[in-house]
Design a protein around this ligand. Structure first.
Ligand SMILES: C[S@@+](CC[C@H](N)C(=O)[O-])C[C@H]1O[C@@H](n2cnc3c(N)ncnc32)[C@H](O)[C@@H]1O
Length: 223
């Protein structure tokens, strides 16, 4: 029987990230990634109410969740990822986060990483973050409307994506994605019904993160 293409893509990504899980944080540290994520995510937290809820789609080892936890210990954190090896590291770094093993291109089949029990996502997150994951690995036409549905009215989606340049086209071959670039990603957000889709600057002092990545925020319309 032929494998479903969504399953096939997911199992390929999972293999790649399981293999590189242990070297992922040292690599990202070399790219000066954490301080850039802290600053960009920090700016989005102003719109998250006291004891609000943040979801990170494709949370990996937890850079963005860590940035939220450092600034806003009151916030409830949920991270979803496909790769057990990445979630294992995330769990050690941020034991308070609720972690879910699952594929963001699917609406079901999610499991709590803690005990393997069936798990679901809420529909009223104040902020959904994705860093180097949704813009690279999602079927945007299907997944962006689902993300919008998981936000409360007026909630924010913040995506840090991998830019479309020669270096990233090559690294995309190794990491199994095709960089889309910010313009295409912003258009897809608008098509999915997001408003106030804006690109944010990643400052030069975060080189080389600034040349590799872009940040886009988008708002779910108020009810
Ligand atoms: C480049 S890493 C980014 C990890 C983390 N967000 C960060 O900024 O460091 C991409 C992550 O997306 C996850 N991923 C890829 N495809 C996915 C999918 N379909 N559903 C959920 N997670 C996925 C991978 O397992 C990996 O952890």
């Amino acid at each position: 029987m032929r494998e479903d293409p969504v399953e096939k893509k997911a199992s390929m990504s999972q293999r790649v990230y399981d293999r590189m899980a242990d070297s992922y944080d040292p690599l990202m540290t070399m790219y000066r990634y954490a301080p850039a994520v802290r600053e960009i995510v920090g700016n989005a937290l102003d719109r998250v109410p006291h004891q609000g809820k943040v979801l990170d789609m494709g949370c990996g080892t937890g850079f963005a969740l860590e940035a939220v936890a450092a600034r806003r210990p009151d916030v409830e954190l949920t991270g979803l990822d496909l790769t057990p090896g990445m979630l294992d590291i995330c769990r050690n770094k941020i034991p308070t986060a609720k972690l879910i093993l699952g594929d963001f291109n699917k609406v079901d089949g999610y499991r709590a990483f803690s005990n393997g029990e069936p798990a679901g996502l809420d529909e009223d997150y104040d902020l959904i973050i994705s860093t180097g994951a949704v813009s690279e690995y999602a079927d945007l036409e299907a997944t962006l409307p689902l993300l919008r549905d998981h936000l409360r009215p007026g909630g924010t989606f913040l995506n840090i994506g991998i830019g479309r340049n020669p270096v990233n086209l090559i690294s995309g071959m190794l990491w199994r994605f095709r960089p889309r670039g910010s313009r295409d990603f912003m258009t897809a957000c608008e098509r999915a019904g997001f408003q106030k889709v804006t690109r944010q600057t990643i400052r030069w002092r975060w080189f080389p993160t600034n040349v590799l990545k872009y940040a886009v925020s988008a708002r779910k319309p108020d009810a």
